[in-house]
Design a protein around this ligand. Sequence first.
Ligand code: SF4
Ligand code: SF4
Ligand code: FES
Length: 758
Amino acid sequence: MADLVNLTIDGVAVAVPKGTLIVDAAKKLENNIPVFCYHPKLKPVGMCRMCLVEIGTPKVDPATKQVIKDDKGNVVIAWQPKLNTACTNPVSEGMAVRTATPVVDGARSDVLEFLLTSHPLDCPVCDKGGECPLQNLTLEHGPGISHFDYESKQHNAKHVPLGDLIFLDRERCIQCSRCIRFQDDIADDHVLQFHDRGRHMEIVTMSEPGFDSYFSGNTTDICPVGALTTADFRFKARPWELDHTPSLCTHCAVGCNLSLNTRLETRTGGHEIKRIMPRQNEQVNEIWTCDKGRFVHEFTSARERLTKPLVRKNGALVETGWDEALALIADKLQGAGSSVAGVVGDRVPNEDAYLFGKLFREVLHANNGRHPVQLGMSPSLPMHYADVARAHGLGVNADFKQLGKGDTILIVNGDVEEQAPVWFLRLRQAVVDRGAKLIIAHHRSTKMHRYASRIITYAPGNAAQWLASPDGALDELKEARNLVVVFGDEKCDPVNARGLALGLAGLITAAGHAGKQNSGLLPLYPHANTQGVYDMLGLETPGEDLQPPAAVSWTIGVGEPNDVPPSRASGAKPFAIVQELFLTEIAQQADVVLPVLSFAERDGSFTSGDRRVQRFYAGLPVAHGSQAKSDWWIFQEIARRLGVSWSFGTAAAIFGEMAGQVGYYVGLNYDGLGASETQWPPMGREDLYYGGTVYDNEGGIGVRYPTAVESGRAVSFKPVQLVTPSMGALSRPARRLYQNGELIGRSNVIGAHIEVTQ
Ligand code: SF4
Ligand code: SF4
Ligand code: FES
C-alpha cells in the first residue's frame, strides 16, 4: 500500500497516496473542482487559475515544532493568505482545503469572466456545444454578466486548418495548452506551439505537413472548448443527436475501446457513423486512440458495400438470393468431400472463426492430418507464431502502467508506432516517464529508437539469425525486474518469424522471467483478432503448408490479395467461395460471393495481441435493402443444408459453446466480458471538464486469458530450421499504419495519408 496522506476537503476526511494533487484528492470525494488546463493524464502547469481553492496546513509552534491545538483539542489550521491552485499543489498530512467559500466562488466567476472576454458567443454553431466544459462551467460558476466591452473581443478568420484532419478556431482557444502538452509529453510529436502573446496568442503548427502526428484526434477530445475540431465531424451533427455504442477498433492488435457515435441521416435515409470516440479502458488504451482507429470508418457506409449474394453465371458474377447461393455452395461442398481449404482473415470475430472451424471439423471432416483452415495473415503464412506468443505472453494481470524503473523492454524487429500506435504511447511512457530500460534490435530505425539505451542492428530479414548467434545472448536481461519482449515479423520468411518467436520465448525463460506477471512476449500482429482467429481455428501445430485446395477454396474476410496463401494448385481451378464487405480483387475471381456485416452492424468478440478478449456491439442497423449477414449465420445455414442442425441464434450463444471447447477460453463468458469496473482517473460523460469527451467504459473492459504457464498446460515447441532470407520476404515493404487497403482506401478523411506500397 502506497504511503497514505490524510487531509480534509470542505471538512470531509480523505486519505490518498502521497503525491496526489488536491484536485484529484477532491475527485475521490466526488468534489469536482473545476479545471481547464489541468488534465489527469498530463503534467500540471497551473496556467488557467480555474481551480483556485483555499489551502491550509496544520499550524506548527516554531519553538517546539509541535502542531498547535485549540481549547477543544482540534488542530489549528494556518490558512494561506491567497487562493492557490488545486492542480499544482500535492496533498500533505493534515492539510485542509476549502472549495466552496464565497472567495473561491468569486475567483471562479472572475476567471470565467476573463476567459469569455476573448471567447466568441458561438455556442449555437460550435461543434463542442452540448459537451463543452467552458459552456458547462460557465453555467455552473460563471458571472452571468460581463464588465467588458463586446467590441473588444477578438475577431479572427474562422477555421484555420492545422492539418487536413484537425481544424482550429482561434477565437475559441482559451490557451490551456492541453493540446500542446499532449503532443509533446504523450505523443512526442512536437508539432504544435503557441505563437505571439497576450490576446493575440494562438496555436500554430510547426510541422510540414501540418499537425503531422498519428495521434492528432486526441487533442480534440481533451480541448476544453470547440477550438479544435475534426475533419470528419465538424458541422456534421450535434452531440445530443447521437447514439453511442461500445465498440472496438479492428485495425491493429491493441484492441482500443471505442464508442461508435451514430445518427439517422435524412440525406440518405440510413444510419451512419458520425464519429468514433475513445472509450476509457485503463488496461488497454486509457483514453487514447490513434487517428486510424478514429477516422477510418467510412467503409461501413460505403456505396460499394456488397448487399446481395453473387454467383458466377456465364462467366460473370450476378446477383441472386441466399437460397440459390447457399444451395450451390452446399452442393459443391458435398461433392468436394474433404478437399476443401479455408482462409480466415484476422479481423473476423471469434464467434465466426469458431463456427467455421467447427464446420470443418464436424461437418466437412476435412481435417485429415493437416489442418484445412489457415489464418489469412501475410506475411506469416503458413508458419505462424501465435501459439508461441500465447504460451509465453504477458501474465493474466499484467499492467503496462506498472512497467518502470528496473524493468526492461526489448523490441525486436518491430515498429511499435506504425504497427500498434497506442502501445507506442504506453511503452514510451514506461521508458521516458517511469524509467524502464529500452533495448531495440532492428535492421532500420523507428520512432522508438529515440528512447533506447541500446540499439542493435542486423541485416534485413535476419532477426532470427541474429538472435540465434552469440550476439543475441543479451546477458543484461537477467538483471531486469521484468522483461517485456515486443516483436514483429518485418521482412521475415514465415519459418524465420516462427524461429524468432521461439528464440525470444527462450530468451525470456533463460533470463529468468518466465511466468512473471509483467513479463512475456507482445506480438505486433496486423489486425484486431489475429490471436483470436488463431485460437478459434485450433491451429495447435502450425508448420505445414496449406495444401492446394483441389475442389473448393473458401475465403472469409481476408481483404488483401497478398493475404491469401499462394495457390500451388495445378490443374483444375477450385470452386471459390468468398465472404466479404466489398467486391475485392479476390472476390472478383470467385464463383460465389456472399455479403457480410461489418463490425459496426453486429456484435461479437475479438482477442487482442495481449490476449484480452473483448466485446463489441451493434451500433448500426443493417442498411435498408441490404441482405448482408454475419459470417457465422452463413456457416450455420450451410451446415443445415449439409444435414447438421445447429441452432445458434446469437453470437453470445456461439461464445457460450466455444468457451467450453477452446482450451484457453474455458471459464470465460460473454456477459463477463461485458462487465465494467470503476476506472481511475474517472473519465466519461459526467466528467467532461476533467477528462474530456472520452466515453466511459460501458460495454466492458474485457478479460485476458492466462498463459500456458498460468493455466498449468505443458507446451513444447519443435525447433525450426532457419532459412536464408528469401527475395520475397526481403522485398516486402514494412507494414505501416496508413498502408493502403480495402478499408482505409475508402476513407476520404484520411485519404491524403494513405501510402501505396507495391
Ligand atoms: S486549442 Fe484547445 S487544447 Fe489547445 S490550447 Fe486552445 S483551448 Fe487548449
Ligand atoms: S492503436 Fe490500433 S487498435 Fe488503437 S485505435 Fe489505433 S489502430 Fe485501432
Ligand atoms: S490552473 Fe489549475 S486547472 Fe488551470
